[in-house]
Every structure is written in structure tokens, then in C-alpha cells.
Design a protein around this ligand. Structure first.
Ligand code: ARG
Length: 481
């Protein structure tokens, strides 16, 4: 930030002395709200046109105003115009830029608007733009996960509950579970966008303006669906920011769960995946180490995203209508959440798309922990045995396997017959019930779970087809088509 000259204030008229340094330092927000400058300029153009239509700017004044705004935008972009510590906030800095270019005419733009409706408008514009950008990054992560799922639709893996082997699943099915969570996040952001598409501009400080402005025309020009129907709500409402931060926090939570799984998968104990060198880190002391820092940071960053949401909700709680300076605290958590997600998502996408899945190890450990026990119990159910008795019989069988140091998939028909008559291969009450040895294999167990939503590789491939269509729609939304 540049050195400040004489402090630039938008409210000096009734004050005799200048503000104390301590107040200035407390009050200044330009060091973080400067990123709203392009949106403030957009809103200024729309406001200039409305002033012109209201007869408050002549044709030539409008032209000079718009030309100066264009010039100022170029200067902001090139860095030739920069805020200084003497500018209180982005609005103040840009008004200075306009005055430098237009002299007294620059002071006309403030008619009928206040920083209260301006800042609420700017933040909505900023977020609506960045949410689209964020959705593009989420689409990249979905695509990376779907790519791996496609390769591993038929790869059997140990499915877990309580982090204990439970039933075999398709590894692709497990990867897609994460895609569904992220797809809901995108859905939530799109839904958020509908509610955020309301323009506060025209609300002025809180009560609207006595000038003949046209908030609805301004709303339309700025790409909003409508203008705020209540000027007090327009300047006081930060639901859009809080709701965005909830969406961001939940994305953070989803990334933390994926991150935690990847940390486990990459561990020596699991060895389900090998991370690409480009997405893993080494140790400064242990030469052999390959650490999952990307996954750990994804997990860790959820803490600050939840913190951002908590910070804003706490600021909003108990605020009286309408604008209060507390609301200046809305921006840093929002910017932090956007920055954090834009930092984390590309790294996680890269980690996922480049990881190598240890298919042999996954398939070999899929039946571990007697994971086929449910299949055997369900087979007995198909033979007419009450599930309660089937559960009991298979439970005995598991103990027998433990005592005899064997596993379910290594049993013979003779072994089974010793445990319970229910397991006799020939005992079928219909033509289509398989024998016990037929269900005691992992691929059979996967294929049998073929109802909608199940882990059968064919259902996993159906899911991929459906998800690809959803993700294509999300990508199109993000790019504005
Ligand atoms: N920097 C302020 C904010 O972010 C702009 C609005 C200031 N309004 C005021 N009445 N002081 O909230």
C-alpha cells in the first residue's frame, strides 16, 4: 500500500478537528476491501446512468463520468492508481481517483447512494463472481474423483464402518461417495446464488432516496434478479455472506473427510494408494519419508473455514437495524474463505488425479475381517432361515474360522457342513439360490449388491454416467452458459 498523503474522508463537513490516529487505524479497511474495487466501479457506472436518467447528470456529464470510471479502472488494474493508508476504504479511494480525474463533477456520483448500500452491493457482486470460479474448481475435483472411480469401478476394497472391515465395496463406489458430497456443495452454492441475486443499491444509507432513482434498472444492469424490496433490510442484511460461509465451511468439512481418508490410504498400514511425488512432501530428517501434506492441509483448513463462519455469525448476532460499523467485519472472513478454498481445491484435485491405486492390495484385503459374513447370512435368508438364526449360525462359523486360523473365503463344503446343516449346498428351496461357496467370494458379493445405489460395479458405472451429466451441468453454470 502506498504512503498516504492528506487523509481522504467522505464525511469531514461537520467536524472541526481531524480524527485521532488510533481511530483512523481502527477504522481503515482499504487494506482488505480494495479487492472490491472492480465491483464498486461496476456499480458506479450503473449509478451514473441512473442519475442521468433522473436528470441529475447531463448527457456530457455522463459521458465524462463513464470515461473517467473506465480510465480509473484501467489505472487500478495496471497498479498506476493504488489506495493509500489515508483512504479509509475502497469507496473513499475510488472517489479520490474520480475527483483527480473530473474535479467537482466527480463529487456528483455520490448523490443518492451511501457506502452502506454500496458496500453491500459490492460484496454481493464479488461473491457471485467468485462462487462461479469456486464451482469450476469443485468441478475439477469431482472430475478427478470420477476419473479414478471409472478405473476402479470393479476394484474390490474393504468397506468400513467404525474404521473396521465391514463389507467389501467397489473402490470406485467409495470415491463416488465423495463426489456426491461435493455435488451437493455445488448445488447449495447455486441455490445460494438465487437468494444472493438481490441488489441493495438504491437503499442509500437506510431509507432509500428522495431523488428519482430506479433501483430496479440498476439491479438489472448489474445482473441481479431483483432490487431489494426493503431499504432497511437491504443495508442490514448479511445473510448472503453468512450463508456463503456455511457453504464454504461444509465444503471444508467434506475436504477434511476426503483428506483424512487419503492420509489413511497412504499410510504404511493401509498402503491403498501411492501419492505422486508432485503432491507429496519429504521429511527434513528422515530420508525415506513421503508425507501426505496436501491431504493434511485440506483436513486442517476446515478449521479456519468453520472459524470464518463462526466469526461472522457472532458479529451479526444481536445487531440492531440497520447498518452498524460492526458490519465492516463481514469482509475478511468471506475473503479468507474464498482464498482458502481456491488454494486448497487445485491441490486436492491434483493429488486425487495423480494418485496410484494399489489394486492388488485392495482386492487382497477386501475379504479380511470376515467381511463376507453378511453375504452368507443373507444366503441363508434366501433359503428361508430367519435372519436371527442365520446371524447366529454365521457368528459360530466366524468363531470356528478364528479357532482354525482360516477365513470365510477359504472354507470347504465339508467345513461348512460341520458347523450347521443350513450351510448344506444342496439345501435349496428354489432354483436360483446359489451355494454357500458361490457367495463366499468378493466379486460375487459386489455383483450381488445390484439394487439402485448399491456397490455392484454395474451400478457404479450407472452412477458415473449420471454424475458426469450433473457435473457437466455444473461446469456450464460456472462458465455462465
Ligand atoms: N467500510 C465500510 C464497511 O465495510 C463501508 C460502509 C461505511 N459506512 C459508514 N456509514 N461508515 O462496512
Amino acid at each position: 500500500m502506498a504512503e498516504g498523503g492528506k487523509p481522504m474522508r467522505l464525511w469531514g463537513g461537520r467536524f472541526e478537528g481531524g480524527p485521532a490516529d488510533a481511530l483512523t487505524r481502527l477504522s481503515v479497511s482499504v487494506q482488505f476491501d480494495w479487492r472490491l474495487a472492480p465491483y464498486d466501479l461496476l456499480a458506479s457506472r450503473a449509478h451514473a446512468r441512473v442519475l442521468h436518467r433522473a436528470g441529475l447528470l447531463s448527457e456530457s456529464e455522463l459521458e465524462r463520468m463513464l470515461a473517467a470510471l473506465d480510465d480509473l479502472e484501467g489505472a487500478c488494474r495496471s497498479g498506476e492508481f493504488r489506495p493509500t493508508v489515508a483512504d479509509e476504504d475502497v469507496h473513499t479511494a475510488l472517489e479520490r481517483g474520480l475527483l483527480e480525474r473530473l474535479g467537482a463533477l466527480g463529487g456528483k456520483l455520490r448523490a443518492g447512494r451511501s457506502r452502506n448500500d454500496q458496500v453491500a452491493t459490492d460484496l454481493r457482486l464479488y461473491l457471485r463472481d467468485n462462487v462461479r470460479y469456486l464451482v469450476s474448481r469443485l468441478v475439477e475435483l469431482e472430475t478427478a474423483l470420477i476419473g479414478q472411480a471409472e478405473e476402479h469401478a470393479a476394484t474390490a476394497a474393504p468397506g468400513m464402518t467404525h474404521l473396521q472391515h465391514a463389507q467389501p465395496v467397489s473402490f470406485g463406489h467409495q470415491l463416488l461417495a465423495h463426489v456426491h458430497a461435493i455435488a451437493r456443495d455445488v448445488d447449495r452454492l447455486r441455490d445460494w446464488d438465487r437468494r444472493a441475486a438481490v441488489s441493495p443499491l438504491g437503499a442509500g444509507a437506510l431509507a432509500g432516496s428522495s431523488l428519482p432513482l430506479d433501483p430496479q434498472a440498476v439491479a438489472q444492469e448489474l445482473g441481479f434478479d431483483s432490487a431489494a424490496p426493503n431499504s432497511m433490510d437491504a443495508v442490514a442484511d448479511r445473510d448472503f455472506a453468512a450463508e456463503f460461509l456455511f457453504c464454504a465451511a461444509l465444503i471444508g468439512v467434506h475436504l477434511s473427510r476426503l483428506g483424512e481418508e487419503i492420509v489413511l490410504w497412504a499410510s504404511q498400514e493401509f498402503r491403498w494408494i501411492e501419492m505422486d511425488d508432485a503432491y507429496s512432501t519429504g521429511s527434513s530428517i528422515m530420508p525415506q519419508k513421503k508425507n501426505p501434506d496436501v491431504a493434511e492441509l485440506a483436513r486442517g483448513k476446515s478449521g479456519r473455514l468453520i472459524g470464518d463462519l463462526t466469526a461472522l455469525l457472532t458479529t451479526l448476532k444481536g445487531l440492531p437495524l440497520t447498518y452498524n460499523r460492526d458490519l465492516q467485519e463481514d469482509k475478511e472472513p468471506v475473503f479468507d474463505a474464498v482464498d482458502t478454498l481456491l488454494l486448497v481445491l487445485p491441490a486436492v484435485s491434483g493429488l486425487v488425479s495423480t494418485m496410484r491405486v494399489n489394486t492388488a492390495r485392495l482386492e487382497a484385503s477386501a475379504p479380511d475381517g470376515f467381511a463376507l459374513a453378511t453375504d452368507l447370512a443373507e444366503l441363508l435368508v434366501r433359503k428361508g432361515v430367519p435372519f436371527r438364526d442365520a446371524h447366529e449360525a454365521v457368528g459360530h462359523l466366524v468363531v470356528w474360522c478364528q479357532v482354525n486360523d482360516t477365513t470365510l473365503d477359504r472354507l470347504t463344503e465339508e467345513d461348512l457342513a460341520k458347523i450347521s446343516p443350513h450351510f448344506a449346498a444342496g439345501e435349496k428351496d428354489g432354483g436360483d439360490v446359489p451355494g454357500p461357496l458361490e457367495v463366499l467370494n468378493v466379486q460375487g458379493a459386489l455383483a450381488a449388491r445390484k439394487a439402485y445405489g448399491g456397490t455392484a460395479p454395474d451400478r457404479v458405472r450407472d452412477q458415473i454416467t449420471a454424475l458426469r451429466e450433473i457435473v457437466d451441468g455444473q461446469a456450464a453454470w460456472a462458465s455462465g452458459s
